[in-house]
Design a protein around this ligand. Sequence first.
Ligand code: FCB
Length: 453
Amino acid sequence: MTSLKTFPADFLWGAATSSYQIEGAWDADGKSESIWDRFSHTPGKVKNGDTGDVACDHYHRWPEDIALMRQMGLKAYRFSIAWPRILPAGRGKVNQAGLDFYSRLVDGLLEAGIDPMVTLFHWDLPQILEDEGGFASRTTAEAFVELTDVVSRKLGDRVKFWATHNEPAVHAYLGYAMGVHAPGLKDYPKAARCTHHLLLSHGWAVPVIRANSAGAKVGMVLNVGYSQPASHSPADMEAYRFGQGMWLRWFTDPLYGRGYPGDTVADFTALGALPNGLDFVQPGDMAAIATPTDYLGINYYARHLTRAEIPEEQNLPVEVVQSDEMTDIGWEVFPEGLSRVLTQLYLTYHMPALYVTENGASYATPPSADGAVHDERRTSYLQRHLAACQRAIEAGVPLKGYFCWSLFDNFEWAEGFDQRFGLIWVDFATQQRILKDSALWYSRTIALNGVLA
Ligand code: FCB
């Protein structure tokens, strides 16, 4: 027999995207080049030579896309701002056309009864700022505050949910240390500086948003997989401690006023990532980073088993994922990890609220002869992860909302278009959209405010 398990009455049901992954229009209306334009235009960096030049062409098709969101009954939509559309020189002169695009989008969403959640930085940095060092340079942190001010001044009357950065660890480590994301560097000292300036610019941005957007909820979004040592051998346990320090505590500890974890400072020093110690930390920085926020957003996909012995080419000594049930991108399906990370984070840091700002699965299931996309595995993934959210709520975690990644199939960074995370199928040749079965299921779930199990 099926039964319905409901969520709290005000639970925020959403879906998420990011600018570079869906917008296309990479050089339209005064937009400058981003590091992802440069990276994807460089042969050999992205699978199949894919680029975000057109992607889902959302920049032109947003009214149709809002109509689809409305049809699904979404309560909220998380999207990001392309910095090079707003400040083509990285700072200074505002490009009105870029700002107007987001303003119209926000109006369209509100007319459809959908709350916008704006992420200010989801990795598409203006190339011109990268030429000064990107977030490895403190001047980029200063420029981010300018971006924040311009955007929150314009949208702050209507947008009530703000995220400063998306997954600073991924931007810093994959972009500056592992070389697999833009700008494609393998430079540990730069990556370390980058983490600090991302955190610092978040802290500086919070009061700016509060000043421009009365009553808004402000937070940051972190990537939070569930981590376990692959075995209880001392070496694997040590790898686990190392990985948790670098990927999680390096961010959460300073955000919640505890400073950088000493064991990770020692690890980074041993790796050569801090040749001049923490010289980039200036007086007042740690207090700024710890500025109180309203929520922590977590992006959860999978479990990571941490082992001491890692493949040479990974460059950074962390994690291998293995299990019986994997999604197409090779990430393990492990719903219980979501309840565990939510619970552990809350018990450790006591934040006022948490949102799952991303959760979803890559399955390439194409349209069938009947024209529909029967992606049962995605529905099953989502259903089990929502049940995990409910277990966390029952355990007392103040989880206030859930955003599925992603609204559309889109440009999955270095993986290009092969990995399809969408609730909505996109035919990239024709730009036709089809609501997948999982989207129809999600829509019923939202309407019921609960999961049928
Ligand atoms: C997250 C990113 C998001 C998307 C998903 C699959 O790390 O924030 O843009 O690529 O992974």
